[in-house]
Ligand binder design. Structure first.
Ligand code: E4P
Length: 231
């Protein structure tokens, strides 16, 4: 299983790359806005350079299907590791699967995004999406069972031999990460603050504190014994 960072914060990306746990990055217009990436091209190029050769997802920003294709080709030319996020439908409900098919045929990798149902995943796999993003938090918001959806989706892709890989996004808590991993997610994209929480545990800190204190006491004892021996 891979871990992506759901972030456009360069410092956080550098920090987690150095920890050796990041296999890629996802962004969307809201993430870029939150992390101060107002100039999408500048920030996407910076993130892509930082994580190269790992993939970075960057999303198109239009409802028009023809314009999606034009934007996607432009975004993909910014860096070789940029993957294009195409929503499964636009905000008016028009399927964007033809855009996925055309881009895939052109050799541009697509992350089919904003997927909330098994049916959307099936269509995305058939259209040739490299990645399919299931928004677990938003599935749960609507009363859906996100781990069940992830598990059934992973099983179906395997059973029918589709190469699309599931990215579980819209992660709201550490429990969502754990449930997605157990359910069979291929990739989970995680906001950096949740990686901090995932690593942390109060009792681990207490445990390490105890070991450090005891190591210091042992050292003091060695020094006392050596001093006694010299007398
Ligand atoms: C990741 O690819 C998604 O864009 C992101 O996780 C969505 O998260 P949200 O539901 O918190 O907006």
């Amino acid at each position: 299983m891979e871990i992506f960072l759901d972030s456009a914060n360069l410092r956080e990306i550098e920090k987690w790359l150095a920890q050796g746990v990041v296999d890629g990055v996802t962004t969307n217009p809201s993430v870029l806005l939150k992390d101060g990436g107002f100039d999408m091209e500048e920030r996407a190029r910076q993130v892509a350079a930082l994580v190269n050769p790992r993939p970075v997802s960057v999303e198109v920003t239009t409802n028009d299907l023809e314009e999606m294709l034009t934007q996607a080709r432009t975004l993909a030319a910014w860096a070789p590791n940029i993957v294009i996020k195409i929503p499964v439908i636009n905000e008016h409900g028009a399927p964007c699967l033809g855009v996925v098919k055309t881009l895939t045929q052109e050799g541009i990798k697509v992350n089919l995004t904003a997927c909330l149902s098994f049916g959307q995943l099936v269509l995305g796999a058939k259209a040739g999406a490299t990645y399919i993003s299931i928004f677990a938090g938003r599935v749960s918001d609507e009363g859906g069972d996100a781990p069940l959806l992830i598990g059934q989706s992973a099983d179906w892709l395997r059973e029918w031999g589709y190469p699309s890989r599931i990215i579980v996004g819209s992660i709201r808590g550490v429990i969502d990460i754990q449930q997605a991993a157990i359910a069979g997610a291929h990739i989970i994209t995680i906001p950096p603050q949740l990686l901090d929480k995932m690593a942390d545990h109060k009792y681990t800190r207490d445990t390490v504190r105890g070991f450090v204190q005891d190591a210091r006491k042992a050292l003091e004892r060695v020094e006392e014994l050596r001093a006694q021996a010299r007398r």
